[in-house]
Design a protein around this ligand. Structure first.
Ligand SMILES: NC(=O)c1ccc[n+]([C@@H]2O[C@H](COP(=O)([O-])OP(=O)(O)OC[C@H]3O[C@@H](n4cnc5c(N)ncnc54)[C@H](O)[C@@H]3O)[C@@H](O)[C@H]2O)c1
Length: 340
């Protein structure tokens, strides 16, 4: 007897860079999901999508929510519209995958959490960088304590982009923090598994054509003394190292698509007795090294893992890949330090 595998039937609302490039693309590569319908207010975009996907298309998302066969709604519209659409989707008894930064304010996030509970449907924040290949390698190295105790984490995601779309506007909840930095701040908090005890920030408008910040430097101090130095900028003509982590027994560094780890075991340090006239400690260290070549397409944090995990949560009742509580607590911290 062949048991039919459960398919998750989806509706995608908003077919732009995220909706089309990330979500539709990921779903098409995963046989556990099926797109039943799509929605966009732009008729041209909608026509193109329905033709390619051979599914139903709607200009008004309410009509998509009325399709009883849909299990999961993906909300990938402009940020300002997220709250209304996501709350209506939960009330329509759909699971919701909601693009970052979720909503424009914390109260709305808390309301979505309540609606999710009330309607017994999941709200899943799409913080895809938690499942980026390089990030999972780093998590693994730190978990195994290969480089000892970490005392400095430098994260740099910088390039040159004079944005002039809605993401450059304050009124649209745009800006470097909501559009980009929250992914990387969230990564650091995941690595530390707790919120910082102190935060310093410098936010600037440098080359943007809009009215909100396009450059951010954030320093976080954790209870164990570890410092995180996070720079996310659209005003940097030359890129920095995406990751550089210092521990008491080694380092991790990413340059372009190469991630390296260099470390030693305490037993492999040999102190020599005859000190010469040297400025260096006269000791021999048996370094260990590992190198990971990263697939360039993972540079934007898109890996198939997120959708696999969504499937396991909905069908096999496994824990959600990202819990909304973790995003609410990060956003509350950012608000406290006037970062968002
Ligand atoms: N997780 C990531 O890595 C990632 C990457 C890019 C964008 N995003 C997020 O995805 C969301 C969309 O960003 P984007 O860059 O794709 O924007 P976009 O402007 O490229 O696309 C948004 C689309 O939504 C449509 N739309 C707007 N209002 C609508 C409504 N009421 N009903 C139906 N369709 C509507 C627009 O016509 C447009 O096609 C944002 O919240 C952004 O923060 C996340």
């Amino acid at each position: 007897v062949t048991v039919k595998k459960k398919l998750i039937r989806c509706g995608v609302i908003g077919l732009g860079r995220s909706g089309w490039n990330i979500h539709v693309n990921s779903i098409l590569k995963n046989r556990d999901f099926l797109i039943l319908g799509v929605c966009d207010v732009d008729p041209k975009v909608l026509r193109k999508a329905t033709k390619l996907l051979k599914c139903k298309g709607y200009i008004n998302y309410i009509d998509l929510l009325n399709d009883e066969d849909i299990d999961l709604i993906i909300v990938s519209t402009t940020t300002k519209t997220h709250y209304t659409i996501a709350s209506k989707a939960l009330k329509a008894k759909k699971h919701v995958l909601l693009e970052k930064p979720l909503t424009s304010n914390i109260l709305e996030m808390k309301n979505l959490k309540k609606l999710s509970k009330k309607n017994s449907k999941f709200i899943i924040p799409f913080f895809n960088f938690r499942f980026a290949k390089e990030f999972n390698i780093i998590e693994d190295i730190l978990y195994k304590k290969l480089i000892g105790d970490v005392f400095l984490i430098k994260r740099n995601v910088s390039y040159f982009n004079r944005r002039d779309d809605w993401q450059a506007k304050k009124s649209e909840s745009g800006g470097i923090i909501n559009a980009a930095a929250i992914h990387h701040l969230d990564q650091i908090i995941q690595l530390k598994n707790k919120l910082p005890v102190d935060v310093w920030k410098d936010l600037k408008q440098v080359v943007t054509k809009g009215d909100t910040f396009d450059h951010s430097k954030i320093l976080m101090k954790f209870a164990d003394g570890c410092i995180a130095d996070i720079e996310v900028s659209w005003a940097s003509a030359l890129a920095g190292y995406p990751w550089h982590i210092l521990g008491t027994q080694g380092s991790i560094r990413q340059i372009d698509n190469i991630l390296e780890c260099k470390w030693f075991d305490k037993k492999d340090v040999e102190k020599k007795i005859n000190q010469k006239r040297s400025y260096y400690a006269n000791e021999k260290i048996k370094w260990k090294k590992r190198k990971f070549i990263l697939d360039k397409k993972y540079a934007h944090g898109i890996s198939p893992t997120f959708y696999k995990k969504i499937y396991n949560s909905i069908v096999k009742n496994e824990t959600l890949p990202v819990k909304i509580e973790s995003i609410i607590s990060m956003m509350t911290m950012l608000k406290k330090y006037k970062i968002n």
